[in-house]
Design a protein around this ligand. Structure first.
Ligand SMILES: Cc1ncc(COP(=O)(O)O)c(C=O)c1O
Length: 456
């Protein structure tokens, strides 16, 4: 059994002590706590070894080498402690190593690690699908589980074509739906994600997403009707419209009331399926289980992933039973719905329902109010957008957003850029108001750096 050190003992330890310490981190440990230059000596070694053997397609945004984590705290291999405001891109929903989640994982590991859910029955698979069907934002849902968001989108794409018998699909500029070839056909976020990969799935069209800087621009349902349906594809050839209820990678953009409902109405008019991609916005992040519930819009198919199992790989689709009409063998997955991931997801959903969705609203409102208050004094801080703990803030340009990301890292706050010039805050849903205040103080300092032109 490992010895448990108190937070005081941990804080008193030197970086060298920390890197040798095998005990779990205490959840109330103080952050930020930076003890070496960044990256530190051990991190530098690991980064050099990693870069020698890993794919150059990986975009490591800053030199963070994670060793252990708890709640909203991440400790690197040199013993530096950071406040996590990105949750591994909105994945570690219940915080790092929530005891209820790790207990559920341990219990399942002791029973059975894996058996293929596409070919056999497993209680955890049935339990989770039952739970998800009950939580679905549409009536009478059926569930298919996969491993990653991109696989969920692939499943939705296949199901939409299969059910409608139609070839074409529509998605939005700025969208991110994944990087496998089918989902990449819908992704229209950064051109480097497509460069050199040739022809994606034919019949994929794009319309502008709501523009937060020009609310009179022709976007969404109006654009699809007036431009795409008039000039590029007849509606009767369109199987589905894929949409993120809050555009994630594209800049944490929240469309106004009615924008999503107009898409629903357009789909209903033409027998098109509405596929809502909740991979980033789902699982309580915006204060409701699914972000589309803020708009009262019911999808025909919904993609889920990321935060679903608090960090274990799990994703999937929920679809109206009348839509999920593919035949046995039409779709499947060796690992999708692995029982350990399902157990983690059930514990995650319990936590989100009982307390974390509400906490996302409390702490998210606090963060947004704190950011709004800074706008008066800080001209480099532009629009602040978001719902719950899915918050985007605009900087003047792309370079300023990158510099801000780095300035936060160097002060011990982990954030990520999104869109052309935004920073996203997507912390674990367990973030406290006190931790949000620490994040706000660091953001204030980092913004002052950006304003003074002192770019890291
Ligand atoms: C909205 C959305 N859909 C799909 C994906 C793809 O998920 P994954 O990276 O798990 O394949 C992402 C990933 O960021 C996403 O944000």
């Amino acid at each position: 059994m490992t010895a448990v050190t108190t937070p005081d003992q941990q804080l008193a330890s030197t970086p060298d002590d920390r890197s040798a310490d095998r005990a779990p981190l205490a959840p109330d440990v103080a952050v930020p706590d930076l003890r070496t230059e960044l990256p530190g000596p051990i991190a530098r070694q690991i980064i050099a070894r990693d870069q020698a053997v890993t794919s150059p397609s990986l975009t490591r945004v800053y030199p963070l080498v994670v060793r252990r984590a708890t709640g909203c705290v991440i400790e690197d291999v040199d013993g530096n402690r950071f406040l996590d405001a990105n949750a591994g891109i909105a994945v570690c929903a219940t915080g790092h190593a929530h005891p209820a989640v790790t207990a559920a994982i341990h219990a399942q590991v002791d029973d059975v690690l894996h058996y293929c859910s596409s070919d056999f029955y497993l209680p955890a698979y049935a339990d989770l699908c039952e739970r998800l069907a009950a939580l679905a934002p549409m009536p009478d849902a059926a569930v298919f589980l996969s491993n990653s968001g991109t696989e969920a989108v692939e499943a939705a794409l296949k199901l939409a074509r299969h059910h409608t018998g139609r070839p074409n699909v529509i998605a939005f500029l700025g969208a991110f739906h994944g990087r496998s070839l089918g989902s990449l056909s819908l992704t229209a976020s950064k051109v480097r994600q497509r460069a050199g990969f040739g022809i994606t799935v034919p019949g994929s069209f794009h319309a502008p997403y709501f523009d937060p800087h020009d609310d009179r621009a022709l976007t969404g349902a109006a654009y699809i009707e007036q431009v795409l349906f008039a000039q590029l594809t007849h509606p009767s050839d369109v199987a589905a419209i894929f949409v993120e209820p809050i555009q994630g990678e594209g800049g944490y953009i929240v469309p106004p009331a009615g924008w999503l409902a107009d898409l629903r109405a357009l789909c209903d008019e033409h027998g098109i399926l509405l596929v809502i991609d909740e991979v980033q916005s789902g699982i309580g992040r915006t204060g409701t289980m699914w972000a589309c519930q803020h708009d009262g819009v019911e999808p025909d198919i919904m993609c889920i992933g990321k935060g679903l199992a608090s960090g274990l790989p799990l994703a999937g689709i929920l679809a109206r039973r009348s839509v999920m009409d593919w035949e046995p063998g039409g779709h499947g997955s060796t690992f999708g719905g692995n029982p350990v991931a399902c157990a983690a997801a059930l514990a995650t959903i319990d936590l989100v329902e009982s307390e974390l969705a509400a906490n996302a609203i409390t702490v998210g409102d606090h963060l947004r109010a704190g950011l709004e208050a800074q706008r008066a004094d800080q001209p480099v801080l532009g629009q602040v957008r978001g719902r719950g703990l899915m918050i985007g803030l605009d900087l003047p340009d792309h370079d300023a957003a990158g510099a801000m990301e780095r300035a936060c890292f160097e002060r011990g706050l982990l954030v990520l850029t999104c869109g052309e010039r935004s920073i996203r805050l997507a912390p674990p849903l367990v973030m406290t108001v006190a931790q949000a205040d620490i994040a706000l103080a660091i953001i204030t300092d980092a913004l002052a750096d950006i304003a003074s032109g002192a770019r890291p």
